[in-house]
Design a protein around this ligand. Structure first.
Ligand code: S3P
Length: 436
C-alpha cells in the first residue's frame, strides 16, 4: 500500500484522534489481573493494542467488545492467569512485548512470545535483565535478549531496586508490574522522567505505589480492583495534525479530548519554542489530564531538542523533524539514541527520506542536525515499515511542492487506522489517496 499526497492550501477544523496507545495497553494488562470487571472506553482499536487484548485472552481473561473502543475485561485477579497453549504474537508492538514480560515474570508457568520482523530485531535485554534478577527464567534468541523468547515466572519474585540505564517507560512499567508479585518493595529509578501512565493506573486500581522525583516504588500485597478507564486521544497521533497545522500556510487545527499528561506534552513545548501559538484548555475526564489543543500556521524557527525533553516527546521526533526542516535556522536533536531502536532506526530513516524531499538532515549517533530553511519538494519516499515515519512523511508531503508518494504505508494501521480519513477531513477533500 502507498499514499499519494498532494500539497494543500490550508487545513481547518477541530477533530478527535483515536485513543492513547500507551494507556490502552495498560488498561488491558491491568484489567486482566484485577479483581472484577474493567470497563474501558476510548480503547485504541489499532493492531498494536488489539494484540494486547488477544494476549490477555490467551492468558485466560475474558474480553467483550461492547461498542467502538468500548471493552469489558473480566479480570481474573493476581493469581488467575493460565498458561497459554500457543505462542503469543505481539506483532509490531514493543509495548505489548515488554509490559507482558513484566507481567509474566510473576506467573508460575511458561509463555512463549514472538513478534514481526521489526519487533524481533528490537532489544529485549533491557527488560529481561531486571526480570531475571528478580527470579524469572527467560530463554531465547541472543541469550534471552531478542524475541522469540520463552519466559517462566516465579512467585514470589525477589524485591529489587533498579536503576534504569535509559529513560524508558516500557522498562519501568515491566519492572513495576513484576513488583506486584515480589516479596518486598520494588523501586525503579529513571535518569529522566518518562510517561507515568502505569503509575496512575496502578494507583487507580488500588496498588500501593509511591512516586517521587524520578523514583517509583511499588509495595506488593493486596489485590488490584478493576474500574472504569476513559482513554483520552493520543497526543502522539495528534502530533501529525499539530505539525501539519503549523507548517501549512492558512491552517488552523484543533484536537479535542487529547491527553495532556505533562510526561507527554514535550511536543507542545517545542512547537511553542519554534514560534507556534499553542492554545490549550483542560477538560477534566478520568485520571489522565485531557483537553483541547489548537494551533495555527506560524513562521517557525529552529530549536534544540535534548535532555529531559526527549522522553516527553520521543515518538513525536519524526514529525518534529519535518517542522524543523522547513523552519528558519538549524535544529539539533540530541540525547535521543533510543530513536535508533524504535520500530525502525528513525535517525537513519529521517535523514534518508527527508533528504529525498530536499531537506538537509544529518545523522548524529544520538540524534539529528537539521539545517532548516528547506523548500520541500514532492518525491517518492519509503516508510521502512514504520508507522510514525509513514505519517511524518505524509505531513511533509502536504507542505511540499508537487506530489509525494509514500511507499509501504500499511504499517499506519499499527497505531492509527483512520489517519488518511482524518487528515482528508481537515484538508478539504482528497489531499491524500490510498493506492494498493
Ligand atoms: C511507550 C514508551 C516509549 C514509546 C512507546 C510507548 C509506553 O518507549 O516510545 O511508543 O507505552 O510505555 P520506551 O519505553 O522504549 O522509551
Amino acid at each position: 500500500m502507498r499514499l499519494r499526497v498532494r500539497p494543500v492550501a490550508g487545513l481547518a477544523g477541530t477533530i478527535e484522534v483515536p485513543g492513547d496507545k500507551s494507556i490502552s495497553h495498560r488498561a488491558a494488562l491491568l484489567g486482566a489481573i484485577a479483581e472484577g470487571p474493567t470497563e474501558v472506553t476510548g480503547y485504541l482499536e489499532a493492531a498494536d493494542c488489539l494484540n494486547t487484548l488477544a494476549a490477555i485472552e490467551k492468558l485466560g481473561a475474558e474480553v467483550t467488545r461492547k461498542g467502538p473502543g468500548h471493552y469489558r475485561i473480566a479480570g481474573v485477579g493476581l493469581a488467575g492467569l493460565q498458561e497459554p497453549d500457543s505462542v503469543i504474537d505481539c506483532g509490531n508492538s514493543g509495548t505489548t512485548a515488554r509490559l507482558l514480560l513484566g507481567l509474566l515474570a510473576g506467573q508460575p508457568f511458561w509463555t512463549m512470545l514472538t513478534g514481526d520482523d521489526s519487533l524481533r530485531r528490537r532489544p529485549m535485554a533491557r527488560v529481561t535483565a531486571p526480570l531475571c534478577e528478580m527470579g524469572a527464567t527467560i530463554v531465547g534468541r541472543a541469550d534471552g535478549g531478542k524475541l522469540p523468547l520463552a519466559i517462566r515466572g516465579r512467585r514470589p519474585l525477589a524485591a529489587l531496586t533498579y536503576r534504569l540505564p535509559m529513560a524508558s517507560a516500557q522498562v519501568k512499567s515491566a519492572v513495576l508490574l513484576a513488583g506486584l508479585w515480589a516479596d518486598g518493595p520494588v523501586t525503579v529509578e529513571e535518569p529522566a522522567v518518562s510517561r507515568d501512565h502505569s503509575e496512575l493506573m496502578l494507583r487507580q486500581f488500588g496498588a500501593r505505589l509511591s512516586a517521587g522525583d524520578r523514583r517509583v516504588t511499588i509495595t506488593p500485597g493486596g489485590p488490584l480492583t478493576g474500574g472504569a478507564v476513559q482513554v483520552p486521544g493520543d497526543i502522539s497521533s495528534a502530533a501529525f495534525f499539530l505539525v501539519a497545522g503549523a507548517i501549512v500556510p492558512g491552517s488552523r487545527v484543533g484536537i479535542r479530548r487529547v491527553s495532556l499528561n505533562p510526561t507527554r506534552t514535550g511536543i507542545l513545548d517545542v512547537l511553542t519554542a519554534m514560534g507556534v501559538d499553542v492554545e490549550r484548555a483542560e477538560t477534566p475526564a478520568g485520571i489522565e489530564p485531557t483537553g483541547t489543543v489548537t494551533v495555527g500556521h506560524a513562521r517557525l524557527r529552529g530549536t534544540t531538542i535534548a535532555g529531559a525533553l526527549i522522553p516527553r516527546l520521543i515518538d513525536e521526533i519524526p514529525v518534529l523533524a519535518v517542522a524543523a526542516a522547513v523552519a528558519s535556522g538549524p535544529t539539533e536533536v540530541r540525547d535521543a539514541a533510543e530513536l535508533r531502536v524504535k520500530e525502525s532506526d528513525r535517525v537513519a530513516a529521517l535523514a534518508r527520506e527527508l533528504g529525498k524531499m530536499g531537506a538537509q538532515v544529518e545523522e548524529r549517533p544520538d540524534g539529528l542536525a537539521i539545517a532548516g530553511g528547506a523548500t520541500l519538494r514532492g518525491a517518492r519516499v519509503e516508510s521502512g515499515g514504520d508507522h510514525r515515519i509513514a505519517m511524518a512523511l505524509t505531513v511533509a508531503g502536504l507542505a511540499a511542492r508537487g506530489e509525494t508518494i509514500v511507499e509501504d504505508t500499511a504499517c499506519i494501521a499499527t497505531s492509527f487506522p483512520d489517519f488518511v480519513e482524518t487528515l482528508n477531513a481537515i484538508a478539504g477533500g482528497a489531499a491524500v489517496t490510498v493506492e494498493p
